[in-house]
Write a protein that binds this ligand. Sequence first.
Ligand SMILES: *Cc1c(COP(=O)(O)O)cnc(C)c1O
Length: 252
Amino acid sequence: MIAPANAIKPIAMPNISDRFNLVSRQLRQTEIEQGRQPGSVRLLAVSKYHSVSDIRHLAALGQRHFGESYLQDALTKMAECEDLNLTWHFIGRIQKNKCGALASHFHWVHGIDRLIIAQRLSRQRPANMPPLNLCIQVNISDEPAKGGIPPDPTGLLELSTAISQLPQVRLRGLMGMAAAGATAAEQTAAFGQLHTLFAGLNRAGFGLDTLSMGMSGDYPQAIAAGSTLVRIGRALFGPPAEPRPNHQSAKL
Ligand SMILES: *Cc1c(COP(=O)(O)O)cnc(C)c1O
């Protein structure tokens, strides 16, 4: 399932181009192995700990979608990359008082787990911009510290119905994370649960196209379970350049 180590050039440490090529190849290979349509899994490059120069490097290789978790850092990088017309996803914790900035700068916000956040984003989305794309986060890892609504079909249906009625946002799908340290079997079970909830909403007519699940450590399992968007940080950029002690949710 994982490409052999000899796919990396010998001696030299892999640079960002090597990593991008390796991850892209693994994505395509996993799609084929799992009987998924080629190109049906989108790569979101999670650049939260990485520089504008790394982002520019990946953009030059054809990467369009980038994910950030810390609003101030993200706004700085987005301004510096404005000429590239990239698509920006916010994947961090959402604070109520940050909804205005999120609504006016991002294309996507993952991690919606309360109606009030979606209402604020809709209200604060500038009228001259297309609707903001949203994913509801579902807590499939059973870890109370992680965000997300419980994996309960009734509650999820209620939240999805309410969000679908908001004018300036568009519900695109669901987002989830397997527990840190989960076995491959546990990852598969958690991703399978999210896929079942996603399929249930689509049977109810929601027309969702995005199942955001899978990170550097578990994306093959997520693709096997039906992911349409994998959020990859370390496998693309390498380990974070410097520790970020002021970022409490940082998982290094
Ligand atoms: C940091 C982060 C990722 C990327 O994690 P890696 O293990 O570096 O691939 C994906 N999703 C979310 C929500 C994150 O915060």
